[in-house]
Design a protein around this ligand. Structure first.
Ligand SMILES: Cc1cc2nc3c(=O)[nH]c(=O)nc-3n(C[C@H](O)[C@H](O)[C@H](O)COP(=O)(O)OP(=O)(O)OC[C@H]3O[C@@H](n4cnc5c(N)ncnc54)[C@H](O)[C@@H]3O)c2cc1C
Length: 454
């Protein structure tokens, strides 16, 4: 086997992909543009640099989906997890690291690896030949971004995310909310009941607007520009433009009848739309926001029906280059129009260090398997890696696709388990047990899960 694997971007995803493929015996060329070409967020020329927080979030592999991803990555001999273990800092139940030595270790290990060559150059196009993984992250260079857009079409590569909060369906109070599309539009009953509606009285609306205006907001980082304002206003900016703006925008109460109080006309209605094929997650339509996370939960829980809501993710607007993966990538993360090219990491529409590294882990193994003539089977959907890759390459709604953290809402429900808050502990334990078995079998059907986790 002489063909090399080219990986573009030496961040969380590219570093992990290079390590996985190299460990499988494939020759890798890792292309990283830093330090020659800089981004506004990176500070060094190191591989695996953490651009902001130094935390990989919860390390609880029984009750937390990101902790489960850690477990699966460790079972798969992850370089990111090895370096995190070496440079771990005390942080309660979270996995936090000393960021500079963490990245230095990754850089040293890959530099010394006999199967890895590192080229410190910017890559500016999508090649027609060879096996490539593009893991260029949320701050993909401008020239490459333009080349990707030329291949995908301008509407399939975004430069900002505009994330509306996502709520676990089971936490919505259906004695207050009801399912109905405006004017009952749609051919089928499913279409006619596609939206979940939360009604507000005039008093509730006025109080909500006050809270929105008073809430703490985050600022853009230096170097980030706010081009998003053209298409996707944060709700608090809409509220600043006039107290009635939301009532004539995403919260307009028209075409809807409250099934719980058919004679009462709502003053405003918040709508939620299904966010995944499983129907376990709903996003609040048009509620992209730059409110701080703490403020978001306080403000959104004021919405009738969402008073006990659990959020799979909160809203945000960031500089973030990402593909419309559900339409562009196949289940092996290959571009449908150019199958010699895979994408990995945040650019595929996952969000966060761990999720990005885990997509790098998969892409590295998949590309190496293909080059070695032993292509991998699809990742089991019941593992955390599988839930995430399934979401971005098909499970998510393509039309409203926005970056996603790993969370239990992406997992297939298990029959017979109690829903709601009460059953949560048992449910999460059952999801993580099932995931560990599925992942271990996928990695190596002959291994016992307990042995792999050590
Ligand atoms: C300002 C900011 C703050 C963030 N804070 C957090 C946080 O606190 N926690 C968190 O979990 N996530 C955070 N994120 C998201 C974070 O960036 C990702 O989770 C993670 O770094 C993505 O990994 P990645 O490998 O996909 O991209 P990156 O880690 O960004 O790696 C991509 C690499 O590709 C290189 N590159 C880009 N274009 C080219 C090119 N054309 N040729 C060669 N190389 C190229 C870049 O230099 C970079 O090294 C933040 C993102 C931003 C922008």
């Amino acid at each position: 086997m002489t063909e090399k694997l080219h990986i573009v971007g030496g961040g969380m995803a590219g570093s992990e992909a290079a390590w996985q493929a190299a460990e499988m015996g494939v020759q890798v060329v890792l292309h990283e543009m830093r330090p020659k070409v800089e981004t506004f967020a990176h500070r060094t020329g190191n591989l695996g640099e953490m651009v902001c927080s130094n935390s990989f979030r919860s390390d609880d592999d029984e009750q937390n989906a990101v902790g489960l991803l850690h477990w699966e990555m460790r079972a798969a001999n992850s370089l990111i997890m090895q370096s995190a273990k070496k440079h771990r800092l005390p942080a309660g139940g979270a996995l936090a690291v000393d960021r500079d030595p963490f990245a230095q270790t990754i850089t040293d290990i890959l530099t010394a690896h006999p199967n890895v060559a590192i080229s410190y150059e910017e890559v500016t196009e999508l090649p027609d030949q060879g096996q490539w993984i593009f893991a260029t992250g949320p701050l993909t260079s401008e020239t490459l971004g333009a080349a990707i857009q030329a291949e995908t079409g301008a509407d399939r590569l975004a430069f900002f995310d505009a994330i509306a909060p996502i709520v676990y369906a089971e936490s919505i109070d259906m004695s207050v909310a009801w399912m109905q599309s405006r004017y009952d539009k749609g051919e089928t009953e499913e279409e006619q009941k596609a939206y979940l509606n939360c009604p507000m009285t005039k008093d509730e609306y006025e109080t909500f607007i006050d809270a929105l205006l008073a809430a703490d907001k985050t600022e853009f980082h230096e170097g980030e520009t706010a081009k998003y304002f053209d298409g996707c206003l944060p709700i608090e900016v809409m509220a600043e433009r006039g107290r009635e703006t939301l009532r004539f925008g995403p919260m307009k109460p028209v075409g809807l009848t409250n099934i719980h109080k058919p004679d009462e006309k709502a003053y405003a209605v918040v709508q939620l739309r299904r966010d995944n094929a499983l129907g376990t997650l709903f996003n609040i339509v048009g509620f992209q926001t730059k409110m701080k996370y703490g403020a978001q939960t306080d403000v959104f829980k004021m919405i009738p029906g969402l008073q006990d809501a659990s959020f799979a993710r909160l809203g945000g607007i960031h500089r973030n280059t990402f593909l419309n993966s559900p339409t562009l990538l196949d289940s092996q993360m290959r571009m449908r129009s150019k199958p010699n090219i895979r994408f990995a990491g945040q650019v595929t529409g996952v969000e966060g260090y761990v999720e990005s590294a885990s997509m790098g882990l998969l892409a590295g193994r998949m590309a190496a398997g293909e080059l070695l003539g032993t292509p991998l089977t699809d990742v089991p959907q019941d593992s955390a890696h599988g839930a995430l890759i399934h979401h971005i390459t098909g499970g998510a709604e393509a039309k409203t696709f926005q970056p996603m953290n790993v969370n239990f809402g992406l997992f297939r429900p298990i029959d017979g388990l109690k829903g709601g808050r009460r059953g949560r502990k048992d449910r999460y334990k059952a999801y993580t047990d099932r995931a560990k078995t599925a992942w271990s079998e996928w990695l190596d059907p002959s291994n016992e899960p307990a042995l792999l986790a050590d």
